[in-house]
Ligand binder design. Structure first.
Ligand SMILES: [Zn+2]
Length: 819
């Protein structure tokens, strides 16, 4: 049989099986016993994956793949949905996408790719698991696309390939679904669970898209930015219950200066199409141009901007998980955000306010379904334009401009191999091209420069850190260094990760700081304590350089001789010098700082035990622990926990006064208490320490520093700082700074730098921070208390300050072993 003949037979079989299969495609209701979105119903993760498996078997428009396992070992899946002939030819379309994403790979005329390609759209649901409706909606969306026979749907399926991710956080779907079922019909129905809905990150699972600490972000990043390069990414969220019914872009200010204006325009165009379609369908309360901005990096829908793709966010008003909510006019009137005075008055960006009343999961689902459909329609109707713009942005990034430097460098021989390996590994994992120098080069280097695209903002900005570029000289760059050229499709991503961020000085009419949506600064090499100078010029012409392109993370680690076995879960050696019994306090309020602390301890293989409220109340802490860590959390939350009556009784109460008493006994007996940021307030008050947080209660017109990187002056004669340099970048997020009432017993380990304290982000009122205590140690009884004013392990990103924690624990061990 000729190949051609067998292909025709296969095609015939495919067609005949299709026509019978269409009638037997199971509806979500037939599989689940309820319609997705029905009041007081929820499908857990195995129900969702079972349904998608059934669709895969029954429909030739649907192909389901397992990307890998989540943190708690659930399958993370994606459903490819398109016309049958596209599904049969997925490898061909993947190849086209990879060529459009990197025009250097195109050998033929690119017009042919534009003519033949499909717009790839990724839709991701419920990364935030309490925003659960979209995960249920995903089944209905898939079913309708799999079964519809109308001309419009067929056109969408012809022109697009949908990558539908029912949830990028499978563990969280079950955490929330199990909790919801457990509390259904009780006074706590519809309340959020008393734990993080991601094992480590909770809500911060959507702050990990450049660091890639979590399994889930690693798996989805591989799908999106190694394999498929979607032109459009739609991330489906929910917001609070009492404001607008639905937010859709355009976004609010400020935009990130590294995002292409063309992308911002395309984001706006799609957003307005969604808003208009919702209006036409009779939905009220749709808001644009408010609250959410494009400044921050690291979100599911912000990562696409740095891969030349369009990122869309929607935020539907929440019900009470899967139970209806009642919203009053008074609540709507009190709801106010950047860009929206309240949710009852109409305005150009909010022309049709919703009247108060019942709000149900079904309302959320209906709006999300229209939104998804609307985006797919746009992708289909303007197929060639989306492909062309995507291609052109990649091409322009490779060609570059006269303003940008040539490259960033990570010089060999700077020590801190783990941090270098992690940084380079994160870059490689998100598809950034990184080369290793296999022969020395000669280059002009400079410290990172700030690029301002808005001279007015520059004038208003309180800080300018422009490198003096003329003073650099040609110097030798050692073998084994890593170099990241800007001439690559991800130019803007490299700039956004390596440059210091200078957030524009945005004040309200009353002179108060206007809060950014998320953090103001994140410069990755700074956070990680890795030197990464700018390469202004290279002496050797391209032909005389010896460079190797890194292929994967394992290669990077092997490179740095970290003695790893391939596939090791956590390859880093425990940095704590002595065996030490560590307890990390874990309440019932779902504290992300606690989760990230566990993440870091697990990554570095430092053993610990989670200490619950009941353990604190029970006491005998000295017999179990040498050191106790309280991560950033308000003192009232630690002591009182969830209020009585707000949660089932097992989850209320905090450590109570009994726990405080036991904590005092623990320290007096020789234990070490370590507190991060907000938790220091508890220690200062309960132990009557001679420190005062000088930033407590201060108005934002006097001092403001949201998520930024600041410089510390470090006394590295102190054992807790012994392995650190004298100047260290630290993460400050509305954090703390101290003065000492008496110096007698306060050993200052680090102060916020006297000069140039801001390294990246936004800082108003520098004088309130400069020179204040950032890290100190005090003796109490036979024990010690160590207070961190900043976040030494912020989001698993602040590797620069991790050694403070390891050193403190090393000294805790030596303390008890002497006894
Ligand atoms: Zn969300």
């Amino acid at each position: 049989m000729t190949k051609r003949l067998s292909f025709l037979i296969l095609l015939f079989l495919a067609i005949t099986t299709t026509s019978t299969a269409q009638s037997t495609i199971p509806s979500p209701k037939s599989a689940l016993g309820f319609n997705p979105g029905d009041d007081r119903t929820v499908a857990g993760w195995s129900q969702i994956t079972d349904y998608f498996e059934r669709l895969d078997r029954a429909s030739d428009r649907v192909l389901v793949q397992t990307l890998g396992q989540s943190t708690l070992k659930r399958p993370l899946i994606v459903a490819f949905i398109s016309a049958r002939e596209n599904i049969l030819a997925l490898p061909k379309y993947k190849e086209i996408q990879q060529q459009l994403a990197d025009p250097r790979k195109i050998t033929q005329n690119h017009d042919r790719l534009l003519a033949n390609g499909k717009v790839v759209v990724a839709i991701s649901c419920s990364i935030h698991s309490t925003e659960i409706v979209a995960s249920q909606m995903s089944m209905q969306l898939a079913y309708e696309l799999a079964t519809a026979q109308d001309a419009d749907t067929r056109e969408i399926l012809q022109n697009t390939i949908l990558l539908l991710i029912p949830s990028p956080n499978p563990d969280g779907i079950d955490i929330v679904a199990n909790w919801y079922r457990k509390t259904l019909g009780t006074p706590y129905e519809g309340k959020e669970p008393p734990e993080l809905y991601h094992h480590y990150a909770g809500h911060d699972d959507n702050r990990d898209w450049f660091m890639l600490n979590l399994k889930e972000t690693q798996l989805v990043t591989r799908l999106l930015w190694h394999d498929w390069f979607p032109q459009i990414v739609y991330d489906v969220h929910q917001q609070g219950s009492n404001g607008s019914r639905f937010f859709i872009p355009p976004f609010y200010d400020p935009p990130n200066p590294n995002i292409s204006p063309l992308l911002l325009r395309q984001v706006g165009l799609i957003g307005h199409k969604v808003a208009a379609d919702l209006q036409a369908a009779g939905f009220k309360g749709v808001l644009t141009n408010a609250l959410y901005d494009t400044w921050w990096h690291g979100g599911f829908r912000t990562a696409p901007y740095f891969h030349n793709s369009i990122g869309i966010l929607s935020e539907a008003a929440s019900a009470r998980l899967m139970s209806p909510a009642t919203v009053t006019t008074e609540q709507l009137a009190r709801s106010s955000t950047r860009g929206m005075r309240n949710a009852v008055e109409s305005s150009t960006n909010f022309p049709d306010p919703w009247a108060a009343g019942q709000w149900r999961p079904r309302d959320i689902m209906a709006m999300e379904m229209i939104s998804a459909r609307s985006i797919l329609e746009m992708a289909s109707k303007f197929r060639v334009e989306y492909l062309r713009n995507f291609y052109e942005l990649g091409r322009a990034n490779i060609e570059g401009n006269k303003v940008d430097p040539q490259a960033y460098l990570i010089p060999a021989g700077q020590g801190r191999d783990e941090a270098v390996a992690k940084l380079v590994g994160s870059l490689v994992d998100q598809g950034v091209e990184v080369y290793r120098l296999d022969r020395e080069l000669h280059a002009i280097l400079a410290t990172p420069i700030l690029r301002r695209t808005n001279p007015v903002a520059e004038k208003l900005g309180s800080y300018r850190r422009l490198a003096n570029l003329t003073s650099s000289q040609m110097q030798e760059v050692p073998l084994g260094s890593y170099i990241i050229f800007l001439a690559q499709p991800q130019r803007t991503n490299v700039l956004a990760l390596f440059e210091p961020q200078i957030y524009p000085n945005r004040l309200t009419g009353q002179g108060e700081a206007e809060r950014p949506y998320d953090v103001a600064g994140w410069t990755l090499p700074l956070q990680m304590g890795v030197e990464a100078p700018v390469v202004m010029a290279i002496r050797e012409p391209a032909g005389e350089r010896k460079l190797t392109l890194l292929k994967d993370t394992n290669e990077v680690r092997a490179d740095l001789a970290l003695a790893l076995k391939k596939g090791d879960e956590s390859p880093i050696k425990n940095p704590v010098k002595q065996p030490v019994r560590v307890g990390i306090y874990k309440g019932w309020t779902g504290n992300m700082d606690e989760g990230w602390t566990r993440y870091i301890f697990d990554t570095f293989n430092v053993p610990y035990t989670s200490v619950r409220d009941a353990d604190m109340r029970h006491g005998a802490l000295s017999s179990k622990f040498d050191a106790l860590i309280f991560t950033s959390q308000a003192a009232t939350q630690i002591i009182n926990g969830n209020g009585v009556g707000t949660m089932p009784q097992d989850y209320t109460g905090g450590i109570t006064e009994a726990g405080v008493k036991n904590l005092k006994e623990f320290v007096n007996n020789g234990g070490m208490l370590i507190c991060f940021d907000n938790a220091c307030d508890m220690a200062i008050k309960e132990f009557n320490l001679p420190l005062k947080n000088t930033l407590e209660g201060i108005r934002s017109s006097e001092f403001y520093c949201p998520g930024s990187i600041v410089a510390l002056d470090v006394d590295n004669k102190h054992p807790i700082a012994s392995t650190l340099p004298s100047s260290v970048p630290a993460y400050f997020i509305n954090s703390s700074a101290y003065t000492a009432a008496s110096d007698a017993n306060v050993r200052v380990i680090a102060r916020y730098a006297k000069d140039n304290v801001l390294l990246s982000g936004w800082l108003l009122g520098e004088d309130k921070l400069s020179g204040q205590i950032a890290l100190a140690e005090m003796s109490v009884g036979k024990g010690r208390i160590v207070l961190f004013g900043f976040r030494p392990q912020h989001r698993g990103q602040a590797w620069a300050t991790l050694p403070f924690i390891w050193n403190a624990l090393s000294t805790a061990a030596s303390n008890t072993s002497e006894e």
